[in-house]
Structures are given as structure tokens and as C-alpha cells.
Ligand binder design. Structure first.
Ligand SMILES: O=C(O)CCC(=O)C(=O)O
Ligand SMILES: [Fe+2]
Length: 258
């Protein structure tokens, strides 16, 4: 309990807290990840991975200060006290720091969501293509209700997979600590006829600490993602990456059960 409160306080200190701004206001969820904090100014910019529809990267989603605060909040949860504990999964009511991330993702994507700017309807389709998260998904409540935190020691990664179909479209991954290369390969399915030349190309995506990956549509359903941290696989710009511990936070939404 105390640990939880400590981490909440720590997170508030670094990320700000809008809940005590006006006692008379209804307790509404406000975006609290102040990504444009004064002395910790970040300028988050989106990069579309052009080979993979629906794959977006925001390289400077969290500032170094926000990253260390988030790492502390995660470690303060007490989920990783044993070296053998390397994954924690939570459903439903997620920790405050995780809601902060969700709010921040929503806020950041809304800044370039064509549906929130009806003026330029002529180019709506183009603008939709250029949006990091489909509008329909962005408006769902909650945006995410499942959380996985993975802690990888050097050499450890995750094998190629498509996330389970029990999760809706629209997945977010925040990277912390060690940089890594995530590789994407096409799934071998007839309903995923993604045109690639040559067809089995592996697309590497460099994930730096503080970056955010958003996967939807083809990226989520038609491509596997993997992180192979065995020697010889973590190469970026011709250099083998120096590996340390890596932490990732994955946010997803469970499909509704009919
Ligand atoms: O650790 C990561 O960056 C990816 C995690 C992941 O793909 C998953 O949990 O499904
Ligand atoms: Fe995954």
C-alpha cells in the first residue's frame, strides 16, 4: 500500500496532477502526462513505418525524467522482486501511471486526428491514413484495459507473434531503458495479402527508451513482431547494440464477450 502511494506521489511530482487543480470540478479524467513540461521539454513527433500500414512510432514520447519516474513507479509496484519474475499482467482497473500513459497517448494522437478537425473534409481519407491510431478506436472507453509489463535481461527477448485475437485492434508499447530492434515479418495468411517485395522481408524498427509504438490494422493483424536479443540480431546501422535491462509496457483492450 505504502509503496503504491509512494509511487503515485512520485509520479504526480514528475508528471503533474490535474486532480487538485479545482476542487469544485467534477472528478473527470484529465490528461496528466505533461509532455511539454518547461525544463523537460519534449517535442513528440510521429514517424510512420512506411512498409507497414498501421505501424507508428513516437520516438520521444517520454522525456528522460518521465522515463525514470515511470521505471520507479513500475518497480515500486513490487511485481519484480524475484529475478525469475519478468512479466506482470493486469486487467481492468490499471495503476494510475498506466492511465496517465493512456491519457497521454489519446491526447497526442488527437492532435493529428482528422475527425477532430472537420474543416478539411476534402482530404479526409488521406488524413485518416496519416493518423497514428484509427479514430474509432481512439474514442473507445477505456482506451486500454489490459497491461503487460515485461522486464528483459540482456539476451532476453520475445519470439515472433501476433497478439492474441482476444484483444481488440489498437495496441501500444512503451519502451524503457535499453534500446532494441523489433523485427516485423508478415504472417502467412490468405486474408493478409500484404504486398511486399520480396514477400518475406523483415522490417527492423529501432526502439529507443521513451519511445511509443502504436500498432493497428495490418500492423496488428498481418505482421508478427519479435525482439531477438541473442548475439548477432540486435544490429542497428551496422552496429551491434549494447544490451542492458529493457522494460516495456504494453497496453491493449480486451474484446467484449457477447
Ligand atoms: O516488449 C515488447 O516491446 C513487446 C511485448 C509484446 O509484444 C507483447 O507483450 O505482446
Ligand atoms: Fe506483442
Amino acid at each position: 500500500m505504502d509503496d503504491h502511494n509512494d509511487s503515485k506521489a512520485l509520479f504526480k511530482e514528475v508528471f503533474g496532477d490535474s486532480s487538485d487543480s479545482d476542487d469544485n470540478e467534477q472528478q473527470t479524467q484529465q490528461p496528466q502526462l505533461e509532455l511539454e513540461e518547461e525544463e523537460d521539454h519534449q517535442n513528440p513527433s510521429w514517424e510512420q513505418i512506411k512498409e507497414i500500414k498501421g505501424l507508428w512510432l513516437c520516438r520521444d514520447f517520454l522525456s528522460p525524467r518521465q522515463q525514470s519516474s515511470l521505471v520507479s513507479a513500475i518497480l515500486n509496484e513490487g511485481w519484480f522482486t524475484e529475478p525469475s519474475h519478468n512479466q506482470a499482467m493486469r486487467f481492468g482497473d490499471l495503476p494510475a501511471w498506466s492511465s496517465e500513459i493512456s491519457n497521454s497517448i489519446r491526447e497526442l494522437v488527437l492532435l493529428c486526428d482528422p475527425a477532430s478537425d472537420p474543416v478539411d473534409l476534402g482530404t479526409y481519407d488521406e488524413a485518416k491514413e496519416a493518423c497514428p491510431f484509427p479514430s474509432g478506436l481512439l474514442r473507445r472507453e477505456p482506451l486500454f484495459d489490459q497491461l503487460i509489463v515485461n522486464v528483459y535481461q540482456p539476451g532476453e527477448g520475445i519470439s515472433a507473434h501476433v497478439d492474441l485475437m482476444r484483444f481488440e485492434d489498437g495496441i501500444a508499447i512503451v519502451s524503457l531503458e535499453s534500446s532494441c530492434v523489433m523485427h516485423f515479418t508478415q504472417v502467412d495468411r490468405t486474408d493478409c495479402d500484404v504486398k511486399m517485395d520480396p514477400p518475406m522481408t523483415k522490417i527492423p524498427v529501432y526502439l529507443t527508451p521513451g519511445s511509443l509504438v502504436l500498432m493497428s490494422e495490418e500492423a496488428r493483424y498481418c505482421w508478427k513482431h519479435e525482439i531477438n536479443r541473442k548475439p548477432g540480431f540486435q544490429i542497428w546501422e551496422g552496429q551491434e547494440l549494447n544490451q542492458m535491462r529493457r522494460i516495456s509496457v504494453t497496453l491493449r483492450k480486451l474484446c467484449k464477450v457477447e
